[in-house]
Write a protein that binds this ligand. Structure first.
Ligand SMILES: [Mn+2]
Length: 357
């Protein structure tokens, strides 16, 4: 097992590469989508009021990540003695109509194929994605972790405010969209959209040596903002895998989201999917409770026995990367960094102790 670190787009610089290295990371997972614009310094936990019409802000300009840009990034990362393991998430600007079954769907599926070719050429092994209409939304923020550390969670209520036209995946892709909101669809309709995506994209990923890794729903509710969710119980991951069976169709396995699900259990799910060799990389974080009443907490204070997870992964020969994903903010001048450094120290010690046994 390998210790990785996740960096947002505005953090892709030398200081942050050094920070990751100092925390013990050997691998990086990078976000190239510019969430939250450029004005927030608390981007990991950025949250929106119920029924937000802007979400995380504006989607990008629809340009693909170029081979030159990816190679440059990869080289900078390698110059810091780190490896670029994965890119996480597509920009809604290049796939909104794949999610929405809109008029540009065919055009956008070609864009995604081209993006995968480029990522493959750059030699980046994984592409994480989250096939979701509402995206990560409808959570609440508060002093929910140990010592009143600020984190996110749900308090029994689910935001079902319809999403306005021009917005998907919690970002605005068309500021000039007509008034109105996203039409209601059922779960099967959304599954058919995912099926179209996987049938088109997985063969291209195979050809170009890229492994797709699907994040489950966060939060894992059947509906959020009046839209259906795909993977909101552990079993539903199997359906996603079975649509297109391939080594290149895998999971971005988020322990926190899975533990928040109302059915199954996180240990059984970890065993089941690691045994199949379907876990691409892991979001290693902890929570208390289940939807719609849960809180994100420090890695060592939640419901999940993280050591038991590592034992299961070791038993099944999982050799991929674990990253901390979200963490509560710690009370100091650098709340996000302190929270992450704390999680990384725990993870490094835990992984070492498991490997020593
Ligand atoms: Mn996650």
């Amino acid at each position: 097992m390998k210790l990785g670190f996740g960096l947002y787009k505005h953090m892709l610089d030398s200081d942050h590469f050094r920070f990751a290295k100092q925390c013990g990371a050997t691998h990086l997972v990078v976000h190239l989508v510019d969430y939250f614009g450029s004005d927030s310094n608390n981007k990991d936990n950025a949250n929106q009021p119920i029924g937000s019409n802007t979400g995380w802000g504006s989607a990008g300009n629809g340009q693909l990540w170029s081979l030159d840009a990816l190679l440059k990034l990869k080289k900078e990362i390698e110059d810091h003695d780190l490896q670029l393991e994965a890119i996480e998430n597509f920009d809604p600007a290049i796939w909104h109509d794949i999610l929405l079954d809109g008029p540009k769907k065919e055009q956008q599926i070609e864009l995604i194929k081209e993006q995968i070719r480029i990522v493959g050429k750059a030699g980046i092994p994984y592409l994480g994605y989250n096939f979701s209409l509402a995206g990560v939304a409808a959570r609440d923020i508060g002093p929910y972790a140990r010592g009143e550390a600020e984190s996110v969670g749900m308090n029994g209520e689910v935001d079902q405010t319809p999403i306005p036209n021009g917005m998907v995946w919690n970002m605005v892709y068309d500021k000039n969209a007509e008034d109105g909101s996203m039409p209601f669809i059922d779960h099967e309709t959304l599954w058919s959209r995912l099926q179209f995506f996987l049938k088109e994209i997985v063969p291209v990923a195979e050809e170009h040596g890229v492994i797709l890794a699907a994040h489950p729903d966060d939060p894992p509710m059947p509906y959020v903002r009046n839209t259906p969710r795909l993977v909101y119980q552990p079993d539903m991951y199997q359906r996603l895998l079975d649509i297109q069976k391939s080594h290149h169709n895998q999971l971005e396995f988020c322990l926190g989201s899975i533990a928040e699900m109302t059915e199954g259990d996180v240990y059984e799910a970890t065993d089941r999917y690691s045994k199949q060799n379907k876990i691409g990389y892991i979001h290693f974080r902890n929570v208390v409770g289940k939807v719609p009443n849960y809180k994100e907490v420090f890695v060592d204070e939640g419901d999940i026995d993280m050591f038991r997870i590592l034992e299961i992964l070791k038993k099944n020969d999982f050799n991929g990367v674990l990253i901390p994903d979200h963490t509560p903010q710690m009370s100091c001048d650098a709340p996000w960094y302190a929270g992450m450094a704390y999680a990384m120290g725990f993870m490094k010690a835990a992984i070492n102790s498991i490997h020593r046994e």
